[in-house]
Design a protein around this ligand. Structure first.
Ligand SMILES: [Zn+2]
Length: 419
């Protein structure tokens, strides 16, 4: 199927083909084409250019996007969107002054989600996840990573990963699955952590491998969760099954998560609300991408990831929603973008790259998405009004995306936020 979109007022993110993650100062420059066209074949971009050089081809359908402007589909490299129930009671507790760690100690947090998920059927989890994914798509997300980690026993972790597999088969957008059995120590293993780690290594990983259910492995390496030594054991085991690490690191303190992630070749280390000179130096000598999750800092009142310091050190920075029921219940990357600008002092252009090209790199998908380049998927958001990247994070709290296209086809989603 050959398609050409013409008369586009402006098209942002027209990087040269094969572009990789953008580092430091490179993040501030967004290439664009005015009065443009974009041609695709079977959902893959084959040509971009200015209308003055456009000539129609036989056997192609033409769609005029006159007066509209485009950005690449947004890439959310860190979510927990398969879950059983919202946790608004904990929200109330935290408003009254309890910390995230205190809520977790009182039986809330991840273990609360695990208890509810174990009682929920695969069908129900799938149905609920579909609604959430459609809302994310309506807000411009065309690639998403989804983690397990609310099962914390073999059957329930497999159940979550099968839901993600079914989402992959049911949606046109790109979905990547990450196994996060080491999200927390389940209550029944509280006094025997080693036995739970053994369960992950000896039972969960082989079962997941057999069904081909995961693309990556994750560990919550932090104070009160998994130590760097335990993380090393788990990442080594994951690598034996071909699962590259993407880990939760340094949300609650300077706990060695960045160093162990880099040591095992992690694609990304995510969170980094706590990130000092040693962590920055460690990342500078690696290909690991630091990922900030400003929605979590906003919702929990944590420090923000020091994106400026990371960029000043010449590093590529990515951002993600961390969409989950406990610490970041907001699925919109447009909100992430706005928080990055107002709270992390990232320029609109830098934050744009952090949720497109650099987020694609955090999923090893730079060749497929993250920019409107020849050879990549024709995934893009159509916007109306004055073309301006800065207006998106500036007018926060509204949806700027008029229409998401995935592989050159319009995808509609509900505008209502019935999460
Ligand atoms: Zn997370």
């Amino acid at each position: 199927m050959n398609l050409v979109f013409t008369d586009i007022a402006r098209m942002y993110g027209t990087h040269p083909t094969g572009h990789h993650a953008l580092k430091g100062a490179q993040m501030a420059e967004v290439p664009f084409i005015d009065h443009a066209f974009l041609r695709c074949s079977n959902g893959i971009i084959t040509e971009t250019g200015i209308m003055e050089q456009f000539s129609p081809e036989v056997q192609e359908s033409r769609v005029s996007l006159e007066g509209k402007w485009l950005i690449p589909g947004l890439v959310d490299s860190h979510t927990h969107l398969v879950f059983a129930a919202a946790r608004e009671e904990e929200f109330r507790m935290r408003i009254k002054g309890k910390s995230y760690e205190e809520v977790a100690a009182a039986g809330g947090g991840i273990l609360n989600s695990a208890m509810k998920l174990r009682q929920t059927s695969e069908e129900q989890l799938f149905e609920d996840a579909c609604v959430r994914l459609q809302i994310m798509m309506a807000h411009g997300t065309s690639t998403v990573e989804i983690k397990s980690g609310y099962g914390l026993d073999t059957a329930s972790e497999l159940k979550m990963l099968r839901v993600i597999k079914k989402l992959k088969e049911s949606f046109p957008i790109q979905i990547k699955a990450t196994f996060l059995g080491a999200h927390a120590i389940p209550a029944e293993y509280k006094t025997n952590r080693t036995a739970y780690i053994r369960l992950i290594v000896e039972e969960m990983l082989p079962a997941i491998h057999q069904e081909g259910l995961a693309d990556f492995i994750d560990v919550f390496c932090d104070r009160g969760f998994f130590t760097p030594e335990e993380t090393a054991t788990l990442l080594e085991a994951g690598l034996r099954y071909g699962l590259r690490p993407k880990i939760h690191a340094n949300e609650l303190g300077l706990t060695g998560g960045v160093q162990v992630g880099v040591k095992y070749g992690a694609l990304s280390v995510d969170h980094l609300e706590h990130c000092g000179p040693e962590e920055v130096e460690c990342l500078r000598h690696s290909n690991t991408i630091p990922v900030g999750l400003p929605g979590t800092s906003y919702f929990l009142g944590l420090p923000y990831t020091p994106a400026r310091a990371l960029m000043d050190a010449g590093l590529p920075v990515a951002l993600a929603s961390d969409f989950n029921p406990g610490s970041s219940p907001g699925p919109s990357l447009q909100m992430t973008w706005s928080l990055a600008c107002t709270q992390m002092k990232m320029l609109p252009e830098e934050a744009f790259h952090a949720i497109t090209l650099n987020a694609a790199a955090a999923l090893d998908l730079c060749a497929d998405c993250g920019s409107l380049s020849v050879g990549k998927r024709a995934d893009f958001c159509v916007m109306e009004g004055k073309p301006s990247l800065a207006l998106i994070p500036y007018h926060f709290g509204i949806n700027h995306v008029a229409q998401l296209y995935v592989m050159g086809r319009p995808c509609s989603g509900p505008q209502a936020s019935s999460l």
